[in-house]
Design a protein around this ligand. Structure first.
Ligand SMILES: [Zn+2]
Ligand SMILES: [Zn+2]
Length: 247
């Protein structure tokens, strides 16, 4: 048997014990694939042209050009279906290798949407020390580090989270903005001052967290802050009331 045959037999044996799974939805798939047929055709991609103020496709945008502290935000996917399940497996089932794949999708979006922007570095939405002790790792930081490899940019810790907040997903849009107010502080200021920074997080919902982080980086002297996340929660018509509420 040549090496190739041995490798294939080995792959088949491994797949019998640990079946290969679709990167996004997690269903078992043939060993030569990385994504299942359903995901290949039905992923909730955010296709250009997009609104860089809210990160939605232009056809879905209901942000009424509402400005945030970051200059722009983009993401490869809406937080729905297989992408929601992928994020869940990444954050809560220890599938941290998914960061590499997510970062590849994010890098593609950054190259497409921020073609003209020369970034100095990448940073991420931080955890408090207590959160880090509890969770052991920060999924946003791991994404930022993987993305820094993809884009060949340095990744620095430029923000600190000063105290615990209530989990954003338990709160209304208006409460979310108040919940993160004054929670972050810029650090390593020599790497912030005068710099154009790419801020990374896993999911954008209202954008309150990203906006607060961008504000602190700008107060720390950053020239401009752009954001990228793996997924954006789609604000449908019924969510319009909330958008207006925080208007
Ligand atoms: Zn799939
Ligand atoms: Zn918009």
């Amino acid at each position: 048997m040549n090496n190739e045959t041995i490798k294939r037999l080995y792959d088949h044996a491994m797949c019998a014990v640990f079946p290969r799974r679709c990167l996004y939805c997690g269903v078992p798939i043939a060993p030569e694939h990385t994504v299942c047929d359903d995901c290949r055709t039905n992923l909730p991609c955010i296709s250009a042209p997009i609104c860089l103020l809210c990160g939605h496709q232009k056809t879905d945008c209901i942000c009424k050009q509402r400005k945030s502290q970051f200059k722009a935000v983009c993401a490869p996917f809406y937080y729905e279906n297989a992408i929601a399940s992928a994020v869940h497996r990444y954050k809560f089932e220890g599938k941290d290798f998914l960061a590499l794949h997510f970062a590849r999708d994010m890098a593609e979006t950054v190259r497409r949407e921020y073609t003209e922007i020369l970034f100095d570095c990448i940073t991420f939405v931080p955890f408090t020390k207590k959160q880090l002790r509890k969770r052991e790792w920060n999924p946003g930081e791991m994404l930022a580090r993987a993305l820094s490899e993809e884009l060949d940019l340095p990744c620095f810790t430029l923000l600190e989270k000063l105290y615990e907040t209530e989990s954003q997903h338990t709160l209304s849009a208006r409460e979310r903005t108040g919940n993160v107010f004054g929670v972050f502080e810029a650090c390593n200021l020599e790497k912030v001052q005068g710099k154009t920074i790419l801020l990374v997080d896993d999911i954008k919902t209202t954008g309150a967290t990203l906006s607060e982080c961008a504000k602190m980086l700008k107060l720390g002297g950053a020239e401009a802050v752009y954001a990228v996340t793996f997924a954006v929660t789609r604000r449908k018509a019924q969510a319009k009331r909330l958008a207006d509420e925080i208007g």
